[in-house]
Ligand binder design. Sequence first.
Ligand code: IPE
Ligand code: IPE
Ligand code: MG
Length: 241
Amino acid sequence: MSEVKKMPAHVAIIMDGNGRWAEKNKVSRVTGHNQGMLAMKEIIKKADIMGIKYLTVYAFSTENWKRSQEEVGGIFSLLVKFVGSELAELSSNNVRVHILGDYTDRVPQAAVASIEKALETTRANDGLQFNIALNYGSRAEIVRAVKKIAEQVKDGSLEPEQIADEVISANLYTGDENGNIPDPDLIIRTSGEERLSNFLLWQAAYSEFAFTDSLWPDFTPEEFENIVTEFCSRNRRFGGR
Ligand code: IPE
Ligand code: IPE
Ligand code: MG
């Protein structure tokens, strides 16, 4: 008899394939990112309806600065547009927005202002927690955590012997400062690529993975639901038996 498995509390998505979608449809890469943003809106709604507590999306990595100024500028302009058009509805749906990553470093001022508005507006909400990984890289996150921990040891508030898994977790972007987000149960990557690309390296220790060939702008709420349903039938062992 198959037991009923729990829904994932936290689903994280590597939204990949906007560029290839644009190429396929003979439009600009920024148009591809715009289409990706439309897909993201639908997935947020679906995750909320499905009762998922935490949805994290990888929107811009610390390595994505290597792209052209035009593309990078376009991505941040889309973020401003997204907040402008969606914030009221997100907030009325009780969604709380969090940012993982250093959103003040190198990020255009208009985008920083939009982010701060989204954080402020949704601060008291307690529905779906929507985490946007922005200017996020897992190695940078770990370096930052190690520095924070070293400071605590230096000022005498922490003994080296007290450094444990929980201490490291608490000092990551997913830690104390963003409400101690549980590790992702499921990480989905679109576009056929099967790698983490510097996403949640520590947090993914026991995550389940799902890969789909769909390019992100083509990813539908139905496909999302199918992947989550399939996840529910998996047997997670966490090293036990
Ligand atoms: C993902 O789509 C979005 C970001 C990285 C910002 P890509 O832009 O990486 O799309 P591909 O991989 O070039 O198709
Ligand atoms: C990962 O996608 C980053 C985001 C989805 C924001 P990339 O397209 O940047 O990753 P690589 O370069 O294919 O590994
Ligand atoms: Mg890509």
